[in-house]
Design a binder for this molecule. Structure first.
Ligand code: DQA
Length: 147
């Protein structure tokens, strides 16, 4: 089994740290990567972080994960609320999937309350800031080592 966990990020998350910091905080995607790598390393895993502003780009990254990754943490950004294509792609992946949102989507606009991804996810975290990514990585490590 691969020991590589993919951390997939959707549209606008390249601007993390600059974009609406009152909602998403001041930390950047590089900080997310460093946190995830630290958590994974302590459990004997590695991470690879990707970001795409395109739905098809995210689908391609999920297909790539089929061959290379043992688990996926995904923050699909606004595609969370719209994308059957990302849901279908995740259903082609066999390992555990954790859904992560920096903000508490349930406290926000109604259109953010529905997720196409949640039915495929082992767990969903929202509103923990970037710390949530670390918790999601840890959970994937636990699922893969202890079942
Ligand atoms: C987000 C929440 C989404 O509703 C939004 O479109 C994002 C980021 C979050 O991390 O809180 O881009 O997924």
């Amino acid at each position: 089994m691969s020991r590589l966990i993919y951390i997939l990020n959707g549209p606008n998350l390249n601007l993390l740290g600059k974009r609406q910091p009152e909602i998403y905080g001041h930390e950047t995607l590089a900080d997310v990567e460093a946190l995830c790598a630290k958590v994974a390393k302590a459990e004997g895993f590695d991470v690879a972080l990707f970001q795409s502003n395109y739905e098809g780009g995210m689908v391609d990254q999920i297909h790539d994960a089929r061959e290379k990754a043992c688990g996926i943490v995904i923050n699909a950004g606004a595609y969370t609320h719209t994308s059957a294509a990302i849901f279908d792609a995740l259903n082609t992946f066999e390992g555990p999937v954790m859904e992560c949102h920096i903000s508490n989507v349930h406290k926000r606009e109604a259109f953010r309350h529905h997720s196409f991804i949640s039915p495929r996810a082992e767990g969903v975290l929202a509103g923990f800031g970037i710390e949530g990514y670390g918790f999601c990585v840890k959970r994937i490590c636990t699922l893969l080592t202890k079942g």
